[in-house]
Ligand binder design. Structure first.
Ligand SMILES: [Zn+2]
Length: 293
């Protein structure tokens, strides 16, 4: 698809089959996105418009735990509250059990201690959970609420559900909430809105460890499949199992990382964000930046 076609497509009505209809010719990527039960969103920060909305119904109505897509957010909450220093690091013990759930890290053994940026790049559960012990009272829940995790987003012109954030929790349940595993359920639109907010912070010196962490996640972490040639993507995957046993795979991010133009959010059924969601995100980034069909 030529870039001109992309933008004429972008101005057409939103809907699950918008891209496939407008593109005129199908590609293997189309089939992958079209057939996947889920949603894929591309939001243009300059025009403040959703350019691509595959699965608008799912994006608006599905509620899922956000998993590790909230690590940059919960660590940002700790950083800006001064509860963790940017250069503070702790070794990752790799094994973690919280409130009966196995939350062992899936990254390779690391020969160095883990700071905030590395906790995001390597998606380190142990370090994030350890830092999350420092939240005071309902600080994290209030932060999630300010991000809009219980509010409709108005990013699509349609009815949408609002997420839910558990309040008044502490200890291991609070740690799980900081990992996005329990105690917080959101729509893909709400995650898109939270990442849109982070995209406004890229020039804030205090935000740099979070930004570097998200760049690392795409350069050498679980988000590698979301890379696009010539642009640096900042993002994060998530992999969660719903209470009904379904596997949900996430990717959320923006690019270019230092001068963001678009936010991409993917939520689909799949065992891992790395394998199921990041490739779809990469496809959307390449469509936008390279005009690839
Ligand atoms: Zn770890």
């Amino acid at each position: 698809m030529r870039r001109r076609d992309f933008f004429s497509l972008a101005s057409s009505a939103l809907g699950a089959s918008t891209m496939a209809r407008g593109a005129g010719r199908a590609s293997p990527g189309d089939a992958f996105v079209e057939n996947a039960p889920g949603c894929a969103l591309l939001f243009d920060l300059r025009s403040k418009r959703m350019l691509i909305a595959h699965g608008a119904v799912q994006a608006s109505e599905w509620l899922a735990s956000p998993g590790s897509t909230v690590k940059p957010l919960s660590l940002w909450a700790l950083l800006r509250a001064g509860r963790v220093k940017p250069d503070e690091s702790i070794p990752c013990p790799h094994q973690l059990r919280l409130a009966g759930l196995s939350m062992d890290c899936s990254h390779p053994r690391l020969p160095f201690p883990v700071n905030i940026a590395r906790a995001i790049s390597y998606s380190c559960n142990c370090t994030t959970a350890q830092f999350a012990k420092r939240f005071v009272g309902d600080e994290l829940a209030q932060f999630y609420l300010r991000l809009g995790f219980e509010s409709t987003t108005q990013l699509l012109q349609r009815n949408e559900a609002a997420g839910h954030v558990q309040k008044g929790i502490s200890g291991e349940r609070l740690q799980l909430q900081a990992l996005g595993e329990r105690g917080v359920r959101v729509t893909a639109l709400e995650v898109a809105k939270a990442y849109r907010h982070m995209a406004t912070l890229v020039h804030d010196p205090e935000f740099q460890p979070i930004l570097e962490g998200m760049e690392g996640a795409v350069q050498f972490g679980t988000g590698r499949a979301a890379q696009v040639a010539g642009k640096t993507v900042a993002g994060k995957t998530g992999s969660v199992q719903t209470e009904r046993g379904l596997h949900a795979a996430w990717f959320a991010g923006f690019a270019p990382s230092r001068d963001p133009e678009v936010v991409v959010t993917v939520l689909t059924q799949g065992r891992s964000g790395a394998e199921a969601a990041a490739p779809i995100a990469g496809e959307l980034f390449r469509r936008y930046f390279l005009g690839e069909s």
